[in-house]
Write a protein that binds this ligand. Structure first.
Ligand SMILES: Cc1ncc(COP(=O)(O)O)c(C=O)c1O
Length: 452
């Protein structure tokens, strides 16, 4: 059978989407009255309009049109136990009876801290915040205060939050980003001070020789190197263990702090990505999973670094850190309930499901001879619309964005929710029949273009 063009398929999927999501379309028109473009969170906005959610339970999410979909976004990897896990709801209900927020800590925050430090190898102490953005902001400030130096090194194509120190070379136009071995630092948005780009050096991900060279060249000025052990932005691309090992070796040798951004990668195992890869950073940033679905972030690490925040220290804390909702009891309750559930067995099961799904997706791609691939690790996966192996930002840019849109909208039309870049993740609430259903839907969507 003749193959339909991808553009034509995108148009057909869009038309189907618009027709079956009329209520969301109408809500979006209303939203535009009060929110710029109807949006308050660019990372989950998609065209022609997003779905407006009316509820969710377990693995399922329902929109205002009554469409039920199996959710493979889980609020961008947050809901590792699925929606409305009974233990989380129970903990939140109990806390609701006692109060929502207080001007003093609750005992819950102690248990939360213990649950984190006891499982994450590098964590002697931890501080809670309300987003991953705040986590990286504070970890970077810590590194600067501790080292007395200001420069930072980060990988091209890595997102570490929405602040000036790191909104650089996240998704740069390769036409202005220099060569792959020595990428330039490119500001990602208007409104940033151009000086931000001078305070950072950019390294290629998964290219140890060049990353090590760049670190050595800037060693005298580098306060820290920040690395995401599984790159979410490029479709859940795991670091080579040798890359992480090498970065650890060179930073230790040169006395530069190593920060792991585990806002997503904490999903890898009970002790996070550092346990999964067996590499121990000096500081780690967290978010998403650890708040059980409520706004959260945390940063932690070695005692001597974290003690800079100790309010009992002589002369007060060396580094300032406030936040009206830090360690708030609702987030703490949901976070504690979630972490208590996250045993080694749960992680093993999640990894098995992740492996199963990635394998089946690869089989489907091979069967249909579609120009695509699959990346991922543990419970995380990314569908790539390229035949190149995606290992870093430059290979990620070989994706055919139109094909990604076709798959994203097609999967929505078939009842499966992915991120608009076709990344996803498995939660404990997903059964194998849902994973099989996902693969069947994927084949159906691709089959509309590549089918016999
Ligand atoms: C790796 C990574 N770091 C930091 C952040 C920022 O977290 P938040 O959105 O909670 O500010 C994100 C968010 O997606 C992330 O994926």
């Amino acid at each position: 059978m003749a193959k339909q063009g991808i553009s034509e398929s995108v148009r057909a999927e869009r038309a189907r989407y618009v027709a079956s999501n009329a209520g969301s379309g109408a809500k979006h028109e209303e939203a535009k009255r009060w929110l710029p473009g109807g949006d308050t969170r660019n990372s989950i906005f998609w065209g022609p309009f997003p779905i407006y959610v009316s509820g969710a339970e377990g693995s399922k999410i329902v929109d205002v049109d009554g469409n039920e979909r199996v959710d493979f976004i889980n609020n961008m990897t947050t809901l590792i136990l699925g929606h409305r896990h009974p233990k989380v709801i129970e903990a939140l209900s109990e806390q609701l009876e006692r109060g929502i927020s207080y001007p003093a800590p609750t005992p819950l925050v102690i248990e939360w801290g213990e649950l984190m430090c006891e499982r994450v190898p590098s964590l002697d102490k931890v501080r809670f915040v309300n987003s991953g953005t705040e986590a990286t902001l504070n970890a970077i400030r810590a590194a600067r205060a501790y080292s007395g130096k200001t420069m930072l090194a980060k990988c091209e194509g890595a997102y570490h939050g929405n602040h000036d120190a790191v909104q650089i070379s996240v998704m740069p136009d390769t036409a202005v980003a220099g060569d792959a071995e020595t990428p330039m630092s490119v500001l990602m948005t208007d409104g940033m001070t151009p000086r931000s780009a001078d305070e950072i050096v950019i390294m290629p991900y998964n290219d140890l020789a060049n990353a090590e060279r760049i670190i050595r060249e800037n060693a005298d000025e580098l306060a820290a190197v920040i690395v995401e052990p599984i790159n979410g932005q490029c479709g859940m691309v795991p670091a080579d263990p040798e890359f992480l090992d090498g970065i650890r070796r060179v930073t230790s040798e040169l006395g530069i702090l190593l920060i792991f951004d585990e806002v997503i990668a904490f999903r890898a195992s009970r002790g996070g990505a550092q346990e999964y890869f067996g590499v121990t950073p000096d500081l780690t940033c967290f978010g998403k999973v650890i708040g059980g679905g409520l706004p959260v972030g945390a940063f932690g690490g070695r005692e001597d670094i974290m003690s800079m925040w100790d309010p009992d220290a002589e002369g007060g804390p060396r580094v300032a850190h406030a936040g009206t909702f830090n360690g708030n009891p609702m987030t703490a309750a949901a976070g504690v309930a979630t972490l208590r559930e996250l045993s080694v067995d749960v992680y093993e099961e999640l990894e098995e499901k992740g492996e199963y799904l990635r394998g089946k997706l690869r089989d489907a791609i091979a069967e249909l001879e579609a120009p695509m691939g699959v990346t991922g690790a543990a419970s995380l996966f990314g569908i790539q619309a390229t035949t190149e192996e995606v290992r870093d930002y430059r290979s990620y840019t070989t994706n055919d964005n139109e094909l990604l849109e076709m798959v994203f909208l097609g999967m929505m039309n078939e009842g499966y929710l992915l991120s608009s870049k076709c990344a996803g993740n498995v939660s404990a609430a997903h059964g194998y029949e849902e994973l099989d259903g996902f693969v069947e839907a994927f084949k159906k969507v691709l089959g509309r273009t590549w089918g016999a």
